[in-house]
Write a protein that binds this ligand. Sequence first.
Ligand SMILES: Nc1nc2c(ncn2[C@@H]2O[C@H](COP(=O)(O)OP(=O)(O)OP(=O)(O)O)[C@@H](O)[C@H]2O)c(=O)[nH]1
Ligand SMILES: [Mg+2]
Ligand SMILES: [Zn+2]
Length: 291
Amino acid sequence: MKGRILKGIGGFYTIESADSFDLLTAKAAGIFRHQKLKPAVGDYVTLNDDADSYVIVDIEKRRNYFIRPPVANVDRAVLVFALSHPKPDLLLLDKLLIACEENGVEAMICLTKRDTVSKAPTAEIYRKTPYPVCEINATDPRDLAPVAEFCAGHTVFLAGPSGVGKSTMTNGLIGEKTMDTGSLSAKLGRGKHTTRHVELLRLKNGGYLADTPGFSSLAPACEDEAALAKRFPEFPLGECRFLDCRHKAEPGCAVRAAVEAEEIAVSRYENYLTLLKTVETAQNKKGRRGK
Ligand SMILES: Nc1nc2c(ncn2[C@@H]2O[C@H](COP(=O)(O)OP(=O)(O)OP(=O)(O)O)[C@@H](O)[C@H]2O)c(=O)[nH]1
Ligand SMILES: [Mg+2]
Ligand SMILES: [Zn+2]
């Protein structure tokens, strides 16, 4: 029989049956112990139910796979950052957006703790991108409507730093207190990594939601400079004077012109330059090794 892994703890997996939507428990077959492939939350699997317990015997090819935390076959992501407490790390947000682009995951940006700030420039930065943006008080369920609409019918994960309200939102979206939430550390003003495992929760209107412990270590894999620029969907690529423009100081660069015209946010462009340096350094290393 077929099903999907919603949860895995200590070698036991909770599977939603594809036919009945019932939940059942299974173990992984011995073959997976000797393979690099391990069953992950989000996997579509085949179960063998001949014996008196269910055993996962096959894993369908994954559409995508994220390592930390392990979750497979995701089609949308809500990137959650607080407007303050903790202060948003926009380089991390841009890295997460790139990782979504690379993995064919549609992203939404959700800025929480709207109730704690009077002015918030962060939203304006991302309104200049094609990504949907919302500013919310995550503790107010009425604010969650745009997020609920974005998630309905899809497999979605919430990603973002500790303490920004991912579990608070999860509880609001699921409609019950499923996840523990934690206060910020008074000394450091950061979250305390309250959520430690990943699990797919069933949404009321169809679809699955995974609250996660972060993805703070998710590094974009961009293989070269051209690939990096393509991950910024608001960059007017193909309009620069030079085909191989890196959008740094080249004359006739359409990207820089768009930054000057305030069509592209300065912070997005600066983060592009920061990541470009990383890609260039990695390439130089590779080049030297190749000689
Ligand atoms: N005022 C206000 N507080 C919020 C908001 N969102 C979350 N909080 C509070 O922030 C704290 C952290 O929220 P969590 O939901 O545990 O954060 P998290 O992102 O799940 O954190 P980790 O599990 O550690 O990754 C809790 O005390 C929440 O009540 C918001 O929009 N406004
Ligand atoms: Mg949490
Ligand atoms: Zn250019």
